[in-house]
Design a protein around this ligand. Structure first.
Ligand code: GDP
Length: 429
């Protein structure tokens, strides 16, 4: 088996960074296929925390190719800064990057527009809760067929034409906002030349690169961004991200076909979190939610925003397993639950409602108390566990319960932020 897709199975922030970092040890290529710098992966490398927003988590391994696919939107300023930071930590020094010619760019006017729209929405209490990084507006330009792609950086005439189209479409909107910002075509054409020159040695046909690698029997890991419940088509629309956050997004987002995908692993926390607006059936308000947030340090890696927290939502996870075609589940942050006096789990929704409908905002979770947790010694033993046999029995029972209810085997359990705090239960490739 040579290809593995790893996606967030919930609302994002499931600890993909750590899991992909661990799994990437066995991969020759790690590729991202969607999203932009609205994602934030926290890696702990030799005790140091590094947050990446665009470059896939495999950047820790010298020689592993880190690929940015066509389904992504790339802010060239952010990309430059991130590569410089990673290189200052001694990473990506062997020319391990590749960037799709088909990826779209987030330009400064996309960022400004994102912020202006969120401000207006917050004034009318209608916020989606975007990260204001210009991701949504860049995908809008793409869908409107006036987006600027990496390949346009090498075709100044086409770059100018696209920018003129953006100007015609967006300047009136800036005007309506009373903003003095305009799409500055000449300036962007000039900057485009510099961005193009900077990334030229990495740009290529990423689909062809990946297919050749697959045909040669190489191991490829495709890293999703955000989580399935934020998927543009199948998430809690309209409170979703503007791209495909499910495993199927790999195909258009890289340029390979579905038959090239061998395994799909979904990452879920042992509980649930959500940042931004939108339905969240198991959200805990009050002291219980705060206790979970504090125990899990649940603040966004990209924005620092506090995340809403709640119990694990099995109906949502089961839905996620279906829309992703999950073949394995990775459960992270088990140690966080072990710090709590009691643990509950959502086994169904009242009235038999199901995820994937607009009713998700009004469902009431059916909760069960999970037996055996709340022992002060549990967290210590769990954090020290390095094999399933060392995992305390109540936690094993919890994992079995999840696998049974969702119908997908547990392939990995994470019991702390460190790479060593990972219990592998199946071969990734
Ligand atoms: P991502 O975007 O899915 O990678 O999620 P985040 O970047 O928000 O990562 C979640 C945070 O949880 C990071 O600080 C990780 O170091 C941390 N983390 C990952 N797995 C575990 C775990 O099993 N236990 C604990 N305590 N922290 C973890």
């Amino acid at each position: 088996m040579s290809t593995l897709v790893v996606v967030g199975a919930q609302w994002g922030d499931e600890g993909k960074g750590k899991v992909v970092d661990v799994l990437a040890a066995d991969a020759q290529i790690v590729a991202r296929f969607a999203g932009g710098n609205n994602a934030g992966h926290t890696l702990v490398v030799d005790g140091k925390q590094i947050v990446t927003h665009l470059v896939p988590s495999g950047c820790h391994y010298p020689g592993t190719l880190c690929v940015l696919g066509a389904g992504m939107v790339i802010d060239p300023d952010v990309f430059q800064a991130e590569v410089a930071e990673l290189q200052s930590h001694g990473l990506l020094l062997r020319d391990e990057l590749r960037v799709s010619l088909g990826a779209h760019l987030i330009l400064p006017f996309h960022r400004v527009l994102d912020g202006l729209r969120e401000d207006r929405a917050s004034a009318s209490d209608n916020q989606i809760g975007t990260t204001r990084r210009g991701v949504g507006p860049a995908y809008e330009s793409k869908a409107a067929r006036r987006g600027i792609r990496v390949r346009d950086l090498y075709e100044p005439a086409r770059l100018r034409e696209r920018l003129e189209q953006c100007k015609a479409a967006l300047d009136p909107e800036f005007e309506r906002f009373g903003s003095s910002i305009r799409v500055e075509v000449d300036d962007l054409v000039e900057r485009g030349k510099r961005w193009g020159a900077w990334m030229e040695r990495w740009v290529c046909d990423v689909g062809a690169l990946c297919q050749t690698a697959i045909d040669s029997g190489h191991r490829l890991l495709f890293e999703g961004a955000q989580g399935a419940m934020l998927d543009l088509d199948h998430g809690t629309y309209p409170f979703v991200t503007s791209s495909s956050a499910t495993a199927g997004g790999v195909c258009p987002g890289i340029g390979i076909g579905p038959t090239a995908i061998h395994r799909v692993w979904g990452i879920t926390k042992a509980y649930t979190t959500r940042v931004g607006a939108g339905p969240f059936p198991t959200r805990l308000d009050g002291p219980q939610g705060k206790a979970l947030r504090d125990a899990g340090h649940e603040y966004g890696a990209t924005t620092g925003r506090p995340r809403d927290c709640g119990w694990l939502d099995l109906p949502a996870l089961k839905y996620s397993a279906r829309i992703n075609g999950l073949t394995g589940l990775c459960v992270t942050k088990l140690d966080v639950l072990a710090d709590l006096p009691e643990v509950e789990i959502c086994v169904a929704y009242e009235d038999g409602l199901v995820p994937g409908t607009d009713d998700l905002g009004r469902v009431r979770p059916v909760l069960e108390k999970v037996p055996g947790w709340g022992d002060p010694d549990l967290a210590r033993r769990l954090r020290a566990a390095r094999s399933l046999a060392e995992v305390p029995a109540p936690v094993r029972g919890y994992l079995d319960f999840i696998a049974d209810r969702v119908g997908v085997p547990i392939v990995l359990a994470s019991v702390g932020p460190g790479r060593a705090q990972t219990i592998s239960l199946a071969e990734p490739f």
